[in-house]
Design a protein around this ligand. Sequence first.
Ligand SMILES: C[S@@+](CC[C@H](N)C(=O)[O-])C[C@H]1O[C@@H](n2cnc3c(N)ncnc32)[C@H](O)[C@@H]1O
Length: 268
Amino acid sequence: MFTIQPVIKWSGSKRSQAAAITQYIPNFNRYYEPFVGGGSIAYAISPDKGLCGDIYEPLINLWRLIQSGYETLLEQYRLHWDRLQNEGYLVFYEIREKYNKNQNPADLFFLSRTCVNGLIRFNKNGEFNNSLHHTRKGIDPMRLKSIMANWSERLQGVEFQSGDYWETTQNVRKGDFVYLDPPYFHTKGRYFGTIDFERFTDYLVWLNKKNVNYALSFDGIRGETDYMIELPKELYKRHLMLSSGNSSFKKVMDKKNETVYESLYLNY
Ligand SMILES: C[S@@+](CC[C@H](N)C(=O)[O-])C[C@H]1O[C@@H](n2cnc3c(N)ncnc32)[C@H](O)[C@@H]1O
């Protein structure tokens, strides 16, 4: 099975489903991923021509550094990481505070690799508020180098742009492909930005009118709990349920493992 070593850890990562999702992706001219987050599907596809976006601008700045300047980023990570090992947990909180003032992408990177379960979470003022993962050291910079080099290489064909999903895909044409992974509608507050259901379904109508193929990860079932949201049937042609192993979010909450199924809607 194809496993992805994450570079940026991000909430809602599709890493565990990437192999299953990419099986359903048809040929395309240009690849679009307007809710890129931790980028696992873009990585798995490694398109020759792609445009990836996210509403969270510091994340896009970080992607640009990974793509083109990972040596500097690695050096900054190494400095923070060494301090964390030598001086202890207060270093994490110092960098978190600094990050919430100046949004330096290298600090965001360090936080994503050292916070509890790599879950990037914001409070209602848009400040990053997860804590240090006390029982883990954060990835050793020596190991990180080859991971960064690999991601950088696989993303060479991708342009990164910050902004709203509709804006990122405004120039899509027939023959292009769009992978959509919006925040779950029930996870308001855990991600940066929220999306409006009606506007989102209007957007799917717009993609259909343009004859653009899309795959949408949208809702799911987690253990006993059903998070399915009714998507109007005329918007898609196929609906698949993919198993995504155990939920790390749930594990954090009550230490139990639950099987998670996430749905994938295809309009082709
Ligand atoms: C479920 S995550 C994507 C995870 C990604 N597929 C991965 O494997 O890591 C959803 C992303 O949508 C972004 N987002 C939220 N509202 C948005 C909007 N209106 N336009 C674009 N991106 C948005 C969030 O910042 C978050 O990174």
